[in-house]
Ligand binder design. Sequence first.
Ligand code: PEP
Ligand code: MG
Length: 889
Amino acid sequence: MTKWVYSFGAGHNEGRSEMRNLLGGKGANLAEMAAIGLPVPPGFTITTELCTAFYENQGKYPDELAGQVREALGRIEKAVGRTFGDRHKPLLVSVRSGARVSMPGMMDTVLNLGLNDVSVEGLADAAKDPRFAWDSYRRFVQMYGSVVLDVDHHRFEEIIEHAKIDAGVVQDTDLSPKDWQRVVAGYKDLIEGETGKPFPQDPEEQLWGAIGAVFGSWMNPRAITYRKLHDIPAGWGTAVNVQAMVFGNMGNDCATGVCFTRDPSTGRNVYYGEYLVNAQGEDVVAGIRTPQPMSKAGAKPGEVSLEEAMPEVYEQLVQVRSTLEKHYRDMQDMEFTVQQRTLYMLQTRNGKRTAAASLKIAVDMAHEGLIDQKEAVLRVNPASLDQLLHPMLDPKAPRVLLAKGLPASPGAASGSVVFSADEAESRAGKGETVILVRVETSPEDIHGMNAAKGILTTRGGMTSHAAVVARGMGRPCVAGAGGITVDYNAQTLSAGGKVVRAGEIITLDGATGEVFVGPVAMIEPTMSGDFGTLMEWADGARRLKVRANAETPLDAQTARKFGAEGIGLCRTEHMFFAPERIHQVRQMIMASDEAGRRAALSRLLPFQREDFHQLFTIMAGLPVTIRLLDPPLHEFLPHADAELAEVGKALGADLEAMRRRVNELAEANPMLGHRGCRLGVTYPEIYEMQARAIFEGALLVAKETGKPPHPEIMIPLVGVKKELEITRAQVEKVAKEVFAEQGKTLEYTIGTMIELPRAALIADKIAEVADFFSFGTNDLTQTVFGLSRDDAGKFLPTYVDMGILPKDPFVSIDVEGVGEMIRIAAEKGRKTKPNLKLGICGEHGGDPASIAFCETVKLDYVSCSPYRVPVARLAAAQAALGVEGDRTA
Ligand code: PEP
Ligand code: MG
């Protein structure tokens, strides 16, 4: 018989934290906490496998489930000495979803389940407070009505509003037990009117309703969106956790809170968290009341810390913090409730954190001996480093402060104000940078938060939805900026007499919580401290070298600053576009004969020589791969008449002749046209000029520094061995000429890009004339798929949505097809030349999953854009360590 139900607490722990796939994160950790002796109210978990079985069987449960649930429920009843539906000692439970990974977007919690017209009296007696009992009952009916029975939650609010008017009071808290009784009656009428059935009084029926709602919520649109954004397979399913209720809202000796064992924004090793006296858990997260800090040290004037309000409980929580960190060896995010001064732990999990915190926590924990360096390297998600490498506000830049909120997620962002998630998504889709401004956010807003560059809310604390989700997504966020008033109808936000309209720019500083009117200048981040330490550990662990794709001096300097070990791709065509050169380039292209081309090329030579002189100087001794001209010539051509006439004038041709030449050069399929080495073969003078510039530039650096650079000259788009033979001979001829002219020589190598399927398939033959291969995976993906890299954006997202492709193959390597091509080429190339140097220089060179693939085929290096160099260094280390890191950030 399959076991679908696992008990925890009260000395009967059937689960452990390793069972998170089966029990979900929450269920597995509740069992673990109970097993290590922490105070956990007893309960049970229905497995994620049941969720899968439920969907496979068209929403039917297996026969044995009911018996297993009853037995587990009986165990709770015995442990707490209370019975479901009892008039005197009723058992109340909470019902929560809990997937393998935490998933905001799933079903809301149902609390106080088990209350009915009879047991509410029992609760009133137990709490010695009828008001509390009736308030709990109405909360339960309201939650159950909206979450399980699908009645619009606004309708419940209306009933409370009417009750307040009838009673002549303003606050909920001023309603009497009798008023709440009337509210409950109103709720029950509403539910019966909406659903055609009375509100269920049988606690077991209530329980099955809630269990069904949790499993049903696995397929709700919010959950589906969240899964899509986070690559969570639908087949994982969710578990259901049923647990004896404890109350944080029974009076002023009760409380509830959320805390982190370290600061999730900065990673500082301080106890960090918030609590509310006399409240239920959801009140803290919902951001309706302003929570108070945990520790005295973290309290501002006017705030009362838990340390002061309930010192014994605080002391116990300090113990719990250290027990959990030692046990899980990671930063924990916990929820607790204090009922009449007794502490209960309701949840623990690895806490979500910003990239900065992730880095600091990993490095600190390694220093503290909780984890080793290898584990620290595996703990940080390489892609999240991006957040640390991007600019922050320049402290010296002028700015106009609008308001201040909580520093909920660090980083800075400027963008146009939008007031809805849908609008954020649609404007971002058109390439605008937007800041999403909401009073507060909810799981329905996730798509807009993802599309926005930053998030601003006017309500809620550091653990509000906006704060938690923004940190997870790496978006800067200012939360709870209470000084700002948002008017959705007027599409404005205002503070201190200043009004900002939709579409106007604001700037957020998520590290300080400040909001500014207009844009603010930003500065580059620093690479030292914990970042430097982790990178050093990563460098010690990796095998792959990391180079950068760079052509300008600025790019090359940035690349070195980020730790690049050379240049893997210098796209020389980018050097042709500068204003003072493009004119010569155009004359070269438009010239009708070789003599005309050579004349223009000789004017370009000094520019190119100086380019290489600078690159070699900056890269001092590191390898520099220079790719000869690649794109089709027409990309450089002018189209406006004035520009055409200007080129014509220089060449002594009229406008009409120029137009004809442009038409001649136009291609139907330029990506498959006259580009790459095909240019070098048909117009040898182009590659000759570039080779001369490289050798002359390199000899100049050798003379200036005494250290001759080692140029690696790369021929693009080779598909036939002969193409490489011909272009190689051109370069070698120029080398001989230059060396003879200057009476000096230097070492150089000539290799090719492998970016066409034919080249990959005959790589053994090509290797006979190549000193190295560099995989051009942008073109290789384009040609292996027969998929235009410039047009695929129109339909690829649909392919990914429909699951035809797991990811965009231009972002992350298609291991199955393109990867196979690389594997074949690497094997064949090495068969001919065992020491053939192999690298990758397409966009994939900076993508962690693609880097993991490069490790499996044992490439020598990856090359990526300068900003991604640290990402690649860390990803290469993780690939070498051979395990996907525990990526909590
Ligand atoms: C490639 O094709 O992967 C490559 C690096 O070259 P480019 O993007 O310049 O075509
Ligand atoms: Mg290419």
